[in-house]
Ligand binder design. Sequence first.
Ligand SMILES: Nc1ncnc2c1ncn2[C@@H]1O[C@H](COP(=O)(O)OP(=O)(O)O)[C@@H](O)[C@H]1O
Ligand SMILES: [Mg+2]
Length: 181
Amino acid sequence: MNARSAPVMLVTDLAVEVAETGAPILKGVSFELRAGEIFALVGESGSGKSVTSLAAMRLLPGALRITGGAVRVGDEDLFDLSEAAMQTVRGARVAMIFQNAMSALNPVQTAGEQVAETLRLHTDLKGAALRQRVVQLFAEVGIQDADARYAFYPHQLSGGQQQRVMIAMALACEPEHPDRR
Ligand SMILES: Nc1ncnc2c1ncn2[C@@H]1O[C@H](COP(=O)(O)OP(=O)(O)O)[C@@H](O)[C@H]1O
Ligand SMILES: [Mg+2]
């Protein structure tokens, strides 16, 4: 960990409100993340942890609106990017592991295929090498019998295994981490 390195992610004075009523949800939220750091945002239920994370990736539901602040990832100000540019940031540079795996996973696509799809989007891997990388990721996140579970549908996995598939998906494209510099 290098305390002097520039932040990987810098959130400054983030503000979110309810679009229709203007009721404030977040005000003046600021924090920074440096390479190799684990940062935990802690707070009581309903205090705004999920809204903060969703806003930072510009994934807020339509009912909520960002009214101020900035989110920098490396040299880019995410609130200045087009939606198309944002799509290359999500998954490739910043990844999100959603709380409810069952609603985030596609129920009619196998676990392996879903991770393969992320890799296809962001890397040149295909065919046997692509499948092998998915199985390797499954093993890395502690999914037993990784090779066989490639073909399992989400409902055939336990809650913990579903969560691990989400983690595999988030790690698939190796989001910004210090070893890559
Ligand atoms: N779509 C929405 N419309 C109105 N208020 C919302 C919406 N989503 C979340 N909120 C409100 O924003 C606040 C923060 O919620 P959230 O970030 O989900 O909390 P938590 O810290 O538990 O993750 C809560 O008071 C919640 O009621
Ligand atoms: Mg939450």
